[in-house]
Ligand binder design. Structure first.
Ligand code: ATP
Ligand code: LTN
Length: 329
């Protein structure tokens, strides 16, 4: 069985973009792959996080993973900080990564270009930690949204470099992005990614938003003045985004939705998308509340981290041996 791995940072509240771009794939593939899904809390502290908020977001994220349909019997679900080998391998891989490679990462470049101050060294080197997350478990595939593809490609380069220098150690991973919905855009600025850290709440749909409010956000989504419903992300990014959201949630092909809407107006499309989002969030939140009340989270994480630690320890021993840290046979 091939292996798949992915993680999400517990920063801010999860959005519909996170669900469509990432979590939906995890759920879809959990029967076919050996799956590792974790809460990337070591990554979360690359920016300043309030401890109480981090704690709340972490718990929410686990409950939402489960509410979205991840089955802990099929998936190894764990907190990154419970498996200390991630930090250890992260350091080793940092020493096998060039400054130039990290400087080329668009996420880092965007932040510096915007003139953001207070960028930590951790934010700069985090792709090395992400490579460690991936290579630790010999992942074949890493399901991510488009914005993370470059980091998975860097993990490949680091793995190849390491294998060439020390002999076969890591499997070479591949990013996996979905055909529809690899990037969901802000409802208010449909050329920008819908993001947990967006400041305008009308632009994002949080998975824990009040469903009626979420429906209103769809109603007030920015569109255009062409008046035709078609999939054209360049000329009609707002309408295309709504089509993508609808197709991702109801499973209908975008072409078929476009056919249905020939000669119809934007208001009708927004109504359908709004209703589908309303229903989706209502069902999801009902499951979320039941999971939060059930008290099962601790046991799931304990079991997940035990299994992950066992595999991680095997890998880190192998790596230490290869690089000459182990002096006794
Ligand atoms: P932030 O805005 O704080 O950077 P984020 O919303 O991008 O956070 P991450 O934790 O970085 O969230 O992402 C988790 C996963 O969700 C990643 O695989 C990422 O590619 C995916 N993802 C995030 N936003 C979107 C989006 N708008 N469309 C599709 N996929 C997304
Ligand atoms: N860096 C990613 C989260 C992340 C991840 C990973 C994703 C950390 N480690 C390993 C896939 C595989 C982010 O910021 N979204």
């Amino acid at each position: 069985m091939q292996t798949m791995l992915s993680g999400i940072k517990p920063t801010g509240r999860l959005t519909l973009g996170n669900y469509i771009g990432a979590i939906r794939q995890f759920v879809e593939y959990q029967d076919e792959y050996e799956m590792y899904i974790f809460i990337a809390n070591l990554h979360a502290i690359t920016v300043a996080e309030d401890p109480a908020e981090l704690k709340r977001n972490t718990k929410d994220l686990i409950a939402l993973y489960l509410a979205c349909g991840l089955d802990p019997k099929k998936v190894t679900l764990f907190l990154q900080s419970d498996v200390h080998q991630h930090a250890e391998l992260g350091w080793i891989l940092t020493c096998h990564t060039y400054m130039g490679e990290l400087q080329r990462m668009t996420q880092y470049k965007d932040k510096t270009a915007k003139g953001e101050t207070g960028i930590t060294a951790g934010l700069f080197t985090y792709p090395c930690l992400m490579a460690a997350d991936i290579l630790m478990y010999d992942a074949d595939y890493v399901p991510v949204g488009v914005d993370q593809k470059q980091h998975v490609e860097l993990a490949r380069d680091i793995a190849e470099r390491f294998n060439n220098r020390y002999g076969e150690t890591f499997r070479i991973p591949q990013p996996l992005t979905s055909k529809v919905g690899a990037k969901i855009y802000s409802l208010q600025n449909p050329t920008k990614k819908m993001s947990k850290s967006e400041t305008n709440p009308k632009g994002t749909i949080d998975l824990l938003d009040d469903p009626a409010q979420a429906r209103n956000k769809i109603k007030s989504a920015v569109t255009d003045s062409l008046g035709i419903i078609q999939y054209d992300p360049i000329e009609q990014p707002g309408i295309s985004n709504l089509l993508t959201i609808l197709s991702s949630l109801n499973g209908e092909a975008i072409e078929s939705i476009v056919q249905r809407y020939q000669g119809k107006g934007y208001g009708e499309l927004k109504k359908e998308v709004g209703d589908v989002v309303y229903q989706f969030l209502s069902n999801l939140q009902e499951r979320y509340r039941a999971i939060m009340a059930s008290g099962q989270i601790d046991a799931i994480l304990k079991e997940g981290s035990e299994k992950a630690s066992w595999i991680a320890e095997k890998k880190i021993r192998k790596v230490k041996k290869k690089i000459g840290f182990q002096i006794v046979k």
